[in-house]
Design a binder for this molecule. Sequence first.
Ligand code: CA
Length: 239
Amino acid sequence: MTMRVLLVEDDAELRRTLRDALALEGYEMLTAASLSEGLALAANAALDLVVLDLGLPDGDGESLLAALRRRESLPVLVISARQAEGQKIRLLDAGADDYLVKPFGVGELLARMRVALRHRGTRVSAALTVYRRGAVQIDLATQRVRRDGEPVHLTPTEFKLLARLVRNAGQVVTHRQLLADVWGAEFVEHTQYLRLYMGQLRAKLEADPAEPRLLLTDPGVGYRLAEPDEDPAAPLMPS
Ligand code: CA
C-alpha cells in the first residue's frame, strides 16, 4: 500500500530535495509551497502523513496543524529552522507528532516518519504491548519488565511513566504530557518529579545511566524512549 505524504515547504530547493528523496522511498508525494496550497490539498486529498514547515510566505504552518487536528487523526511532522523550546512544546502539545530542527538529515526524517506511521497503525490495529530494545523488555499487559532476562522491580509510578513512553516509543513526549498523564493535570508544572523518576528508571534500565541509550532527553522539551528493535514477526505497516 502506497503512503501519500503532503509536504508543505516554501523553500523550493529543500522542497525538491525532500520530495525526490521521499518518492525514492516509495512515498507518493504531494507538495505545497504555501499555507493556502497546503490547506487546499489537505482538504481535498486523502493523506497518510504531513511534513509541515512553519515559516510560510502567507502565514504560519501552525494554523494548518490546527486545521488538521480538528479534522482527523493524521500524523504531522513539523520541520522548522526555529529552535525555540517553547514553540516546540506548544506544537507537540497541539498535536504535532514530532519536530525536526533544520538542517536535518533525510535519514532522520524517514526514521521519524516510520515511527509516526507505526503509531498511527497502532491506533487502528492492536496497540504495542511488548517493547524490546537490546537487553530490555517491557510487557505492558503483564506489567513485567526484564533486563538481560532478569526481572526488574519498578514502583507503580515508575511503571506508569515508562508505560506512557512505551505507548509513544520513538517519539518525544513533552514534560507537560508526561506529568498530566502520570501524575494528573494539577501537576503539570512539577518537572522535578520527572527528573527524579527518570533518574530512577535510568538507574534500573540503562547500562550506563549517565549515557542513556533507552530513555533519551530532548532538552527543555521532554523525553523520548528509543525506537524498539524491529520485530520480524510484526507487520511493518497496518494492513
Ligand atoms: Ca520556510
